[in-house]
Write a protein that binds this ligand. Sequence first.
Ligand code: ADP
Ligand code: MG
Length: 443
Amino acid sequence: MSLENYWNEALKKVSTTMDAGKAMWLDFINYSGEDGDTLLLSCDAEMYRENFNTECKKDIQKALDTIANKHIEIDLSVNEEDKKPEKKSIKKEAPTRKTNSYLNKNYTFDNFIPCENTNFAYTAAKAIAINPGSSYNPCLIYGGVGLGKTHLLESIGNYIEEKTPQKNVIYVTAESFTNDYINSLAGKKISDFRIKYRKADVLLIDDIHFLDEKISTQEELFHTFNDLYEKGHQIIFTCDRPVSELPNFTDRLKSRFTRGINLSLTAPDYETRVAILKKKCEEKNTYISDSVINYIAENVKTNVRDLEGSLTTLIAYTNLLQTDITLDIAKDQLKHLISAPTASEQDISLVDITKVVASYYNVEPTQIRSKSRTAIIKDSRNVAIFLSRKITQYSTTEIGNFFNRDHSTITHSIDLIEKEKKTNSDLAANLDEIEAKIKAKAK
Ligand code: ADP
Ligand code: MG
């Protein structure tokens, strides 16, 4: 396949995973040729290049390397007029790094803003970075999507790389780790694979929930883990829930992971949301008025990624139209994001869902939200939680707040029903029936 094909495949791949606010910058980038393993791209303005580099490059790079199964260098140039005078040809500059740690240099402790709830995770992550492999090994960072797991994980890596460049820091997503493993099996290069990962002084693996059900990759990771652990090398993982709640993880791997320190990340509170928005404006050299910042912070509560997405939309608007953002413009531009939980789902509320589920199972709505562990109440609670996640746009954290449960209990309930309905056709039918009743009520 030519690099042009890889580029097109990579675009397709990231289009399903990237935030729309970030992915939009890809529209301004064109394929313009290739030179060995260097992919030549072009765009019409420096601004597009900068935004591509900060918002899209990392994801595209990963996708390209995965698809091509080797490192593809990206060379993005700005077409004549807007070219920076010092722009140099970077085509053939050989990278001098020990390994490709693929760390995103934008993720640092300095630009991570902890709140009261996440301060412990932040402080512990810093302690690990200062003194890797000593007291907090292994380390697991867990929490829902967009709450800063990758940011914190890469901050540790960046800090160590900066302070001790001789240390071999390897960052991979669990998905790349799996692909790497499968490719090494196919190419009979398993010993290369093992050498590569066991050479790590610090191994960072992102999103290990991806390995659920991938038993042979888990097995391989188990051996990598043991090898590094015995040598006192630091291992850090992230996961979207506590490892104990991964249904298909082997017990021995779970027990390895939970041996060290477990750090949980939760959604930021209002003050932290404001602080994060202000910090991001500062980073992007953009002024946005306090009233608009407060408006976003009041309305976008789900996670930091959504906060950033809102800001990216507004910044693109001011840059492209050269106008200040007023509160009205902000409301208009963000209406798809902010009204999403209700308008798109015909105003279905968690209260309504709870009522319908309660009447279906002949229990009281208050019992569903209580601490009761009676079987029927527990079952109806799991169903209510599952359906809340399925039909509304509320985050697991918000659903947790409503049902008086923590985030991990919510994901556990959802997984439980998800799994059970595959084998229990009665349950599957009941769920459909209840869902129809809820939707009918909302009309
Ligand atoms: P996760 O890996 O948990 O899905 P990320 O680490 O990718 O989330 O975070 C999503 C975005 O939000 C990133 O751009 C990250 O820099 C930003 N972010 C998350 N938490 C914070 C924080 N506490 N302070 C500043 N930025 C944050
Ligand atoms: Mg992540």
